[in-house]
Design a protein. Sequence first.
Length: 251
Amino acid sequence: MFNPKAKLRTKCPVPHIWDIRAEAYTLALSAKNANAVEATKFPDITEEANKIQRDNQKKAEANRINYPDHFMLESVRERLDGYDIFTLPNLQALTDIMVMLCIRPAELTTLCITDARVTGYAKNRGQLDIPRKFKSIEKNQERAKELLTWIQNSISSGQMGNPGKPEVKWFNRFLKDYNLIPKYLQKMGAVYGVVAYKAKNIAHAYTIAGECLRHSSDNYTSPVQNYIVVNYRPRRVSADQARLFRIYDKD
């Protein structure tokens, strides 16, 4: 007797073992940790995933961010509260505002805060500029917008240089005095956001950090593949007592 279901089954190709291994290897490289790939049952793939994880952990530990007392959360907050937007901003104000907004130098002139949403971030260049949630150590959105506009107006008028232009040296020299580089400011701001919003647990901390960094949940890279370590310490806490934060850069 003719069996249509049997005929349909014959049209479905049987996956080749190498196709399965390729799929499993892709899963291994994108997994959050080695345990997530145990289901592949391929020891060589699991071993490779573990090696990638160890190598990236070593790189992150070797480039751990230690900031001076001058850039502790409390110090940055105090300066942000005291800035007068009717005066000319200096490099310290520029730096503090970049920490506040977890901003990249290339985003400084394009970022826009409106109606509790943020647009114009460089990491979204070439894609639909979907507004992201506003979250910052400056919880007052109007004050955050005011400080950002203060810096942007100074750059557009020529009173301050644009640190987002290629081969900028003056901003790097300013930060070098504090053993910092521009990309550290963004990560420090994310950690400060986690502290400012009093994360209840590690999952909540990751959510807050992602919102501060304006990550897209649709643009995901494994934390194993790309993260950086920040040593957080509040005022009156020594460097050897700093608490370790791993900040995952999804974008």
